[in-house]
Design a binder for this molecule. Structure first.
Ligand code: PGA
Length: 265
C-alpha cells in the first residue's frame, strides 16, 4: 500500500449490526443470549448501533436488559399495516410506539413469501411506522431464479420504488435498508463481497437518482444472508456495506460479538 495515501473515513452514516432472532428461543434462552452478548460487546463510535429484532413477547424484556448500553436498541420483526381494531393476532405500530420500540423490520423476505406481503402492503407498513416514530428497517433482495436470469437490479429497484419512493426526503432518511438476497438467507451461501458491494452501490445510485446524492450517502444499507463471525469483517469492509442483518449467527453469542466488532469505525 502506498504510505502517502491516507484514507480518511468521512462516512458518518450509521453502521449497524442487527440481530434477527426470527421465531427462535424461549424467554429464558433469549435472556441468557442477551446477557452473554452484553457482557462482552461494546461499540467503537457514536455512529455504531446494535439492534435486536426479537419476537414481540420479548421486546420489553430485551429493552430492560439493554437499557444501560448506549447504542443498543430493540426492533420489532413486523407490524400491522392497519391502525387498530378487529384484526385478531396483529400488533400495531402504535402499540410498539407505546412501549418505546425504536425500530421495526419491514418486508423481510420470509414475510413476503410466507405471508404474501406485497409491495403495496409494505408501503402502508412503512407509512404507519413513520407516523408512530418507528424507524423502518426495510428489506429487499432477489430470489435465486432472478439472480440466475441476471435481472436482480431491476427487481430490487422495483421493490424500493413500490414501497419507499412515495416518501419525501425527510421520511426516506429515517429508513435503514437491508439487502438480503433470498438465496443467501439461512443457506450458508453468502453473497461474495463483490456481489454485495455491487448491489449496495446500485441501491445507493437508485436512491441518489430519486432523492439526490446527499440523501443516498446518508442512508445505511445492511447486508443480510449468512453473515457470520468469520465473514463479517470482509463484507463490512466494502464501502457501501454499512453492517449486517443477521439471522442464524445472531443466536450464537460469540459469533454475534465478532460481528459487532467487525463494524466500521
Ligand atoms: P441468516 O438470515 O443470517 O440466517 O441467513 C438473515 C435474515 O434472514 O435476516
Amino acid at each position: 500500500m502506498n504510505p502517502f495515501i491516507i484514507i480518511i473515513n468521512i462516512n458518518m452514516r450509521k453502521q449497524i449490526a442487527a440481530a434477527n432472532w426470527k421465531m427462535n428461543l424461549t424467554a429464558e434462552q433469549g435472556q441468557a443470549l442477551l446477557s452473554a452478548i452484553l457482557s462482552e460487546a461494546s461499540l467503537n463510535g457514536p455512529q455504531q448501533e446494535v439492534i435486536f429484532a426479537v419476537p414481540f413477547p420479548y421486546l420489553e424484556m430485551a429493552q430492560r436488559q439493554i437499557r444501560e448500553k448506549k447504542g443498543f436498541l430493540v426492533a420489532a420483526q413486523n407490524c400491522s399495516s392497519k391502525k387498530s381494531g378487529a384484526y385478531t393476532g396483529e400488533v400495531s405500530a402504535e402499540m410498539l410506539q407505546s412501549i418505546g420500540v425504536p425500530y421495526c423490520v419491514i418486508g423481510h423476505s420470509e414475510r413476503r413469501e410466507y405471508f404474501l406481503e406485497t409491495g403495496a402492503v409494505l408501503a402502508e407498513k412503512v407509512n404507519i411506522c413513520l407516523q408512530h416514530h418507528l424507524l423502518p428497517l426495510f428489506c429487499c433482495g432477489e430470489s435465486l431464479s432472478i439472480r440466475e436470469k441476471g435481472t436482480q437490479n431491476v427487481f430490487v429497484q422495483t421493490q424500493l420504488e413500490e414501497s419507499l419512493f412515495h416518501l419525501d426526503e425527510a421520511q426516506v432518511k429515517k429508513v435503514v435498508l437491508a439487502y438480503e438476497p433470498v438465496w443467501a438467507i439461512g443457506t450458508g451461501k453468502t453473497a461474495s463481497t463483490e456481489q454485495a458491494q455491487e448491489m449496495h452501490a446500485f441501491i445507493r445510485s437508485v436512491i441518489a437518482r430519486q432523492y439526490g446524492q446527499t440523501v443516498a450517502d446518508e442512508i445505511t444499507i445492511l447486508y443480510g444472508g449468512s453473515v457470520k463471525g468469520a465473514n463479517a469483517a470482509e463484507l463490512f469492509a466494502s464501502p457501501d456495506v454499512d453492517g449486517g442483518l443477521v439471522g442464524g449467527a445472531s443466536l450464537l453469542a460469540s459469533d454475534f460479538i465478532q460481528i459487532i466488532k467487525a463494524l466500521k469505525q
